[in-house]
Design a protein around this ligand. Structure first.
Ligand code: FEO
Length: 166
């Protein structure tokens, strides 16, 4: 059985993960509108991953005899100044998610909830990858993707993520 405190915190994190999917879907719309199909594809994969993260937490709450409570999602930003600005926002968002996960791990230890702590270890590792992927996209855009031909090449490069997953 899960404690009420842990249940509430995991329900909050379900909202964070769904909110991540919502934000990244908004970025898909932005990139697609601007004609950056490669970046739209990259973000679409990312949004799908976030739904998977939410469901991992969802299933854990259910399996532990807890009650899932879904919260309202904030309306995400719909427009960014540039593709680089959008990826910078995504990188900053992933750093925020990492701090949420670390706070959850600490709570699991305080609550002596070893099952939640074990489940959350997957997220600790995943966040290293999440930050790395978004940071590398930012670096790529900084180096070659400010405008013109370089940006077209960066779009093509980032779009490879979508075709690799398909
Ligand atoms: Fe679910 Fe991108 O962290």
């Amino acid at each position: 059985m899960i404690t009420k405190k842990m249940e509430a915190a995991l329900n909050e994190q379900i909202k964070e993960e769904l909110g991540s999917a919502y934000l990244y879907l908004s970025m898909v719309g932005y990139f697609a509108h601007e004609g950056w199909d490669g970046m739209a594809g990259w973000m679409r994969v990312q949004a799908q991953e976030e739904l998977g993260h939410a469901m991992r937490l969802f299933d854990h709450v259910v399996e532990r005899g807890g009650r899932v409570k879904l919260h309202s999602l904030a309306e995400p930003t719909a427009k960014w100044a540039s593709p680089l600005a959008a990826f910078q926002a995504a990188y900053k968002h992933e750093q925020h998610i990492t701090s949420c996960i670390h706070a959850l791990v600490e709570l699991a230890h305080t609550e002596k909830d070893h099952a939640a702590a074990a489940m959350l270890q997957w997220f600790v590792t995943e966040q290293v990858e999440e930050e790395d992927h978004t940071m590398k996209a930012v670096q790529l855009l900084e180096r070659m993707g400010k405008e013109g031909r370089g940006l077209v090449m960066a779009d093509r490069e980032l779009g490879r993520r979508a075709t690799q997953k398909d």
